[in-house]
Design a binder for this molecule. Structure first.
Ligand SMILES: Cc1ncc(COP(=O)(O)O)c(C=O)c1O
Length: 393
């Protein structure tokens, strides 16, 4: 749409379902499992997935469709689809588009459940996944033409290495291999992987996109070629979104730009301060000049994000003690909400990995992952300093 240029304008107005007969300003929640069939209305609203009137909510629903349209406008993709979770979107992206005998190349540093899906579940279904680390992927030490798809997280969970989507995207498009990118940590405000040639973008919208830690939802933006695969997977596997959840994501997305801008700023301040703290061994943050992926981050990100990871001095128990002494920042898994959360990946997001696989992914027992919320930065810093000050090591 000509008038919807800026990110925040698209976030507020994109995809909203307005009907002049009602004069509604906001998209309504269509809690209807089923729709008139046949629908004799001469000019009915259409389910975009089939270009026919709506029929059944597992297939398509007006509120869900509004969410998909708003998201596609923010992501800059030809099409998009919503799923019952981020994992629903990831599994649909693979199972909907590839079958037995397919070969995938993935970055090794992945969200724990994605790693398990790729290394165990897909393998049992005859889809083979090879893993390489972020550095090798960034140096394009792989032959894309040996694979049916290349997969990566654009900022990896939880060590925050940054994929060089410019180089990887170039290598993939030269060989005609589709690139699938989970950009959950980057958010559509900081990065649009389609600009680097990604065919499919995936988000756990549970995180920044909905932004309030109150729903579980997934989104994928893709080029039209992949529409059928996603649609068939969602319909057959049943990873569809409830309209109320879609509404909450739609509402959250309106403030995505405001929230992430502030989270980018606060996270950078916190990362800088943490790197000066004597109880902290090492800080991982794409915006720090000394971080090994900073120059890549400058190339592929418009903002460095709200996630900061750091290793505290000592081991697992010291890290746990530190977290126990926090008074504002809550100890819980997940990320991307308005409230700051802290977790030990060894205890939560990457618990399902073997110690060996965690070591390969660079995840130590004393690694803390902080999701910076929208609270006042001085309060967050005071909280971190207080809890770090209570540590013995
Ligand atoms: C990077 C990343 N991708 C995907 C997921 C899965 O999303 P969901 O929990 O919404 O299924 C997560 C969850 O933490 C994640 O961190």
């Amino acid at each position: 749409m000509e008038t919807l240029r800026g990110f925040n304008t698209r976030a507020v107005h994109g995809g909203e379902l307005k009907d002049p007969r009602f004069g509604n300003v906001m998209t309504p929640i269509f809690e209807s499992a089923t729709f008139l069939n046949p629908n004799y209305e001469p000019n009915p609203y259409m389910d975009r997935t089939r270009n026919e009137p709506y029929l059944y909510t597992r297939w398509g629903n007006p509120t869900v469709q509004s969410l998909e349209e708003k998201y596609a406008q923010l992501e800059g993709t030809e099409d998009s689809m919503a799923f019952s979770s981020g994992m629903g979107a990831i599994s649909a992206s693979v199972l909907g588009n590839f079958g037995k005998g397919a070969k995938i190349l993935s970055v090794r540093e992945l969200y724990g459940q994605t790693y398990t899906l790729f290394s165990t579940f897909l393998k049992s279904k005859g889809i083979e996944v090879d893993f390489i680390d972020v550095d090798k992927m960034n140096a394009v030490e792989f032959s894309a033409d040996r694979y049916d798809m290349v997969y990566g997280e654009s900022i990896v969970n939880p060590t925050l290495g940054v994929l060089d989507l410019k180089e990887i995207g170039k290598a993939c498009s030269e060989s005609g291999t589709p690139l699938f990118v989970d950009a959950t940590f980057a958010t559509p405000f900081n990065q649009n992987p389609a600009e680097f040639g990604a065919s499919v973008v995936i988000h756990s919208a549970t995180k920044y996109i909905s932004g309030h830690s109150d729903i579980v939802l997934g989104l994928s933006g893709f080029s039209s070629k992949f529409k059928k695969g996603f649609y068939e997977a969602r319909k057959n596997l049943g990873a569809s979104v409830d309209p109320l959840q879609a509404y909450l994501a739609l509402r959250g997305m309106k403030t995505l730009g405001l929230r992430v801008k502030r989270q980018n700023e606060t996270a950078l301040k916190i990362a800088r301060e943490l790197s000066q703290n004597s109880h902290v061994e090492r800080v991982f943050y794409p915006g720090l000049e000394e971080f090994p992926y900073h120059s890549t981050a400058k190339k592929v990100l418009k903002g460095y994000g709200g996630m900061v990871s750091f290793e505290v001095k000592g081991g697992f128990q010291e890290a746990r003690n530190f977290m126990k002494n926090l008074r504002i920042i809550t100890s819980a898994t997940s990320l991307g909400g308005i409230e700051s959360l802290v977790t030990l990946p060894v205890d939560t997001s990457h618990k399902s990995l073997s110690r060996e696989d965690r070591e390969k992914a660079g995840i130590k027992d004393n690694l803390v992952r902080l999701s910076v919320g929208i609270e006042d930065s001085d309060d967050l810093m005071d909280d971190l300093e207080y809890a770090l000050g209570k540590m013995r090591s």
